[in-house]
Design a protein around this ligand. Sequence first.
Ligand SMILES: NC(=O)c1ccc[n+]([C@@H]2O[C@H](COP(=O)([O-])OP(=O)(O)OC[C@H]3O[C@@H](n4cnc5c(N)ncnc54)[C@H](O)[C@@H]3O)[C@@H](O)[C@H]2O)c1
Length: 488
Amino acid sequence: MAVPGPGYSITMRIAAPPSASAAGDLTSEVGRAGGVITAFDVVESTGTLMVVDLSCNALSQEHADEIKAAVNTLEGVTVRKVSDRTFLVHLGGKIEVTSKVPLRNRDDLSRAYTPGVARVCMAIAANPDDARRLTIKRNTVAVVTDGTAVLGLGNIGPAAALPVMEGKAALFKRFANVDAWPVCLDTTDVDEIVRTVEILAPVYGGINLEDIAAPRCFEIEARLRAKLDIPVFHDDQHGTAICVVAALRNALRVVKKDISNCKIVVSGVGAAGNAIIRLLLLQTPADVVAVDIKGIVYRGRDGMDPNLADVAAKTNHTNQSGTLKDAIAGADVFIGVSAPNILVGDDIATMNSDAIVFALANPDPEIDPLEAQKHAAVVATGRSDFPNQINNVLAFPGVFRGLLDAGARIITDSMLLAAAEAIADVVQPEQLNASFIVPSVFDATVAPAVAAAIVREAADAREHVTHEGLSSVAHTSGATPDVEGFLE
Ligand SMILES: NC(=O)c1ccc[n+]([C@@H]2O[C@H](COP(=O)([O-])OP(=O)(O)OC[C@H]3O[C@@H](n4cnc5c(N)ncnc54)[C@H](O)[C@@H]3O)[C@@H](O)[C@H]2O)c1
C-alpha cells in the first residue's frame, strides 16, 4: 500500500560517462529499483565525464540504499554521495527568534533595551495584565512535551522529541502567525511537569501540550487548567477531536444521516479516542460504543481506570460486551484511533448501509482504506496519500490564533465544537462529496475561520476580548499597541 514519498527523499551525486544514453540509463535504473524521480540536474559536464544530482523519493532508508546500489551497478557509473533531504532540512533546527524592532543606533538601544525598557517593566509590575499588550505574551504559545508519546515512536525522551516540537512551532507560525516555542521537559513526573509549566507560564498566552502519553496527559491537563489563567490545550486530544467531529459532520451530510440516529464505534480510548468520545457525546448521537485493546468498554468490566469507568458510564446504552467486530456490526460510523490492521473488508460489510469509516491509526490505518472503500460510503485516514486526510493542522493553529486574539483564559467545549463547525463549513456545499469532506490543510481560509469561531465563543462566554478584537492572521504579530492610551 505504501508509495515512495518525500519523507524518504534522497539526492544522489552521480558521476557517469557522457554518453547519449547515460541520463536515460540512470533514470530507468532508479525507476526499476522503485524510486520516484523528482529532479535531475547536471552539475558538471566535460568531454569525459558528466556529474548529475538525481533526487528521488523512496519507501524507507533500506529502499534508498537499494536504489543507490542499483545505480552503482551501471557500467562506468559511481554514486559519489547520497544526501538525505529530510536530514538536510533539520540541520541546525527549523525555527529561530528574530527581532521585530530596529536596533541600528544608540537611540534604538535606549528604547528597546535599557534605560527605556525599565519604564515598561514598571508599568507591567503595576498592572500585570498589561503583559499581554507590551510583551510577546500576547502572541506566544509553549509547546510542552515530556517526549513519552512522540508520533508512533513512543517514549523517546525530550531531546529526541525536539524535531517534532520545532515542526509544530513552524506550523503555528506558517498557518496562524502564532509564535510557538518548544519546551521539552526532562521529567515524566506529573507533579514536576505541572509545577514546571506553572512557573514558566507568565511568558505565554497559551499552553499546547504535545505527545504526552495517556493516561498521565489527562491529569496534567486537568491540573494545569485548574491552576493557570491561560488556556491549556492538549492537541493529541482536542485537536484530533475537533478535526474528527468536523469530518464527521460533513460525512453525515454526504450520506444524509443525522447524528442522533447513528451508532458510532470508537476504537481506541487513549488520548485521541477519549477526547473524540467526549466531543461526540455533546452532539447526542444515538449511541457511542468505545473499544480498547481489551475489547468493548462496558459498565462492570474488570480493571478499568477512573477515566475508562467514566467513558463506560456515559456510552454503550445496551451495555454490550465483546470484541471490536461485535461492536461494529450494525454501526453507522467507525472511528479508529487505535492500532493498524485490526479490521478487514468483511467487518465493514457488517455495518449499516452508507457506513462511514475513519481509520486514523498512523502510519498504518485500522483497515486498508482500499478495502474499506468497497463497503463504506465515506472513508478517511490520517494519511496524506489518500483523500480525506484528517490532520490536526486544520485545527490547532486557528484555535490558538483565536484564543490569543480573544485574550482567553480558558478553553471551553463550546469553543471546540465551534472550531469543528468552522472547519466543516469551509467545505462549500458544491464542493462536498465522499472524497472531499475536509478542506486542504493549505486552504488559507481555514485558520481565520477557526480563529473567528473561537473569538465568537469566547465573547459569548463573557471572556475578556482585547479591544483590538480579531486580528487578521496576516497582521497580528505586527500590530502596534496603543501605548499612549494604555499609559493614561
Ligand atoms: N489526525 C489523526 O490522524 C490522528 C490524531 C491522533 C491520533 N492518531 C492515531 O491514533 C492512534 C492512537 O493515538 P493515541 O494518541 O490516542 O494513542 P494512545 O496510546 O493514547 O491510545 C491508544 C488506544 O488504542 C487502544 N488499542 C491498542 N490496540 C488496540 C486494538 N488492537 N484494538 C482496539 N484498541 C486498541 C489502546 O487500548 C488505547 O486505548 C495512533 O496510531 C495515532 O497515530 C491519528
